[in-house]
Write a protein that binds this ligand. Structure first.
Ligand code: ARG
Length: 483
């Protein structure tokens, strides 16, 4: 088929059609302007398919050589920007196939033997997403490294830990940051798990029912690296399912949405901590903006936007679930709508992770070999805030328990002590011993070391607790894990 004939075909699919598509319908049904980003996966899939067709003697060696040569040229054209994408040719698959046929003639027309765009597009999206997952996992490692490095510098910095946003107990700032490291580690784990189910081959399912050609699907899977940990090929085992389900994309979006939710929670804290009321931290100026009217302002735009973009990624997950829910087997054109939400999810998550790694950890200064310009911590402000809300009340109760009181009684006793401290507008540690002893005569001088922020922190020395020794141990574990 010449290019001319192909163009004619795109006006109307075949002799079966009596009229061409209107321009509006062409625009409505075309996907090339977004799915062209799948071009590398499309060519890789086509080459693996063609090589398998050659190995199975379904096409001859000369045709395979022509296809390989043509695809090399097409890759170069696309990479250099010389390739002309045509709306008339609907999508990335038909654009590349048409150009191949234009370049190598009949060999190009033989490429589609035993294949349909249905299994082709499912393969392309999986291949593309697999690569993106790998990049995202790397970015998550970078962000975790930045958090761990910042935590390491602030193991002994104390801030109030909150529940219900009320001062609860003192915690180490390092410990606080490591909570996010745990979240991002699980996000990476989830994505690696999604990758296993994404990395399976639909090709060979053809339109929906399989094909009459003697394809070797496992060979194609191996060529495309769709293999398990033991190197065994991973091939979708039901042709109807292979071309129609997009659960791998939905799972990915769910993992991405959750990761953004973690970023959003962190953003919320950064925003609070930067506010004048808290004054706990500063982020570098390049992540903030001023106000056009209020000259004193420095707004935390980046964390705010990340919090906002979380809504958008959660929305994409809802979009994909809704896209899938009414579809009968097998492929339906609805599935073309999976791409834009998926692409935008990937773009948003990657950009956000990149920015956060730099905002937390700073930028590498080549002169010193050190990272600079990350979060600036204000330990005095954090400690001052921790001293405000009777954060060591639990420690006084624990002290009384050690003197033999049942915990519930100790709890009640301390409530009275806190009330007295509030009346006198002092911290528990500022109440004279004689006053404390009025609440319970078992209280002795040694109580004061328990009532200090540092004493409280040091006491929480169970695995996963906020005592500096525990935080240090966790940092070492993360460093070994992250390399
Ligand atoms: N552009 C289509 C998509 O993204 C490719 C598959 C089209 N298949 C079909 N039978 N119309 O899903």
């Amino acid at each position: 088929m010449s290019q001319n004939q192909f163009d004619q075909k795109s006006q109307a699919w075949s002799a079966l059609f009596s009229e061409p598509m209107s321009d509006l319908v062409k625009r409505y049904t075309a996907s090339v302007f977004f799915d062209k980003r799948l071009w590398q996966a499309d060519i890789a899939g086509s080459l693996a398919h063609a090589q398998m067709l050659g190995a199975q003697a379904i096409i001859c060696a000369e045709d395979l050589a022509s296809i390989e040569k043509g695809m090399a040229q097409i890759s170069a054209e696309i990479a250099s920007g010389a390739f002309e994408w045509k709306l008339d040719l609907e999508d990335v698959h038909l654009n590349i196939e048409a150009r191949l046929t234009q370049l190598v003639g009949d060999a190009g027309k033989r490429l589609h033997t035993g294949r349909s765009r249905n299994d082709q597009v499912a393969t392309d999206v999986r291949l593309w997403l697999r690569g993106e997952i790998d990049l995202i996992v790397e970015l998550l490692v970078e962000l975790q490294r930045a958090l761990v490095a910042t935590a390491e510098q602030h193991i002994d910095v104390i801030l109030p830990g909150f529940t219900h946003l009320q001062v609860a107990q003192p915690v180490s700032f390092g410990h606080h940051l490591l909570a996010y490291v745990e979240m991002f580690a699980r996000d990476a784990e989830r994505l690696s798990d999604v990758r296993r189910r994404t990395n399976r081959l639909p090709l060979g399912a053809a339109a929906l029912a399989g094909t009459s050609y003697p394809l070797d699907r496992e060979l194609v899977a191996v060529k495309l690296g769709m293999v398990d940990e033991q190197g065994r090929p991973c091939v979708c085992q039901n042709s109807l399912d292979a071309v129609s389900d997009r659960d791998f994309a939905i799972e990915f979006s769910a993992a991405a949405a959750l990761c953004m939710v973690h970023i959003s929670r962190f953003s919320e804290e950064l925003i609070l901590w930067m506010s004048q009321s808290f004054g706990f931290i500063q982020i570098a100026d390049r992540f903030t903006t001023g106000s056009s009217i209020m000259p004193q302002k420095k707004n935390p735009d980046v964390p705010e936007l990340a919090r906002g973009k979380t809504g958008r990624v959660v929305g994409h997950l809802m979009g994909l679930l809704t896209l899938m829910k009414g579809q009968p087997l097998a492929y339906n054109k609805d599935n073309q709508e999976d791409k834009e939400p998926l692409f935008d999810t990937v773009d948003t998550l990657k950009d956000t992770l990149r920015i956060f790694a730099e905002m937390v950890g700073g930028q590498l200064n080549p002169a010193t070999g050190k990272k600079e310009g990350g979060i600036t911590v204000k330990p005095e402000a954090m400690e001052r805030a921790a001293l405000k809300g009777y954060a060591t009340a639990t420690d006084l109760a624990d002290y009384l328990v050690k003197k033999g009181l049942p915990f519930r009684d100790a709890h009640e006793t301390v409530a009275h002590a806190v009330k007295a401290a509030i009346t006198h507008n002092v911290d528990l540690s500022e109440l004279p011993l004689a006053v404390l002893q009025e609440f319970n005569p078992k209280i002795e001088k040694d109580v004061y070391q328990h009532l200090s922020l540092r004493g409280s922190l040091n006491a929480r020395d169970t695995l996963g607790g906020t005592a500096p020794s525990q935080v240090r141990a966790q940092i070492a574990r993360h460093q070994a894990r992250l390399g």
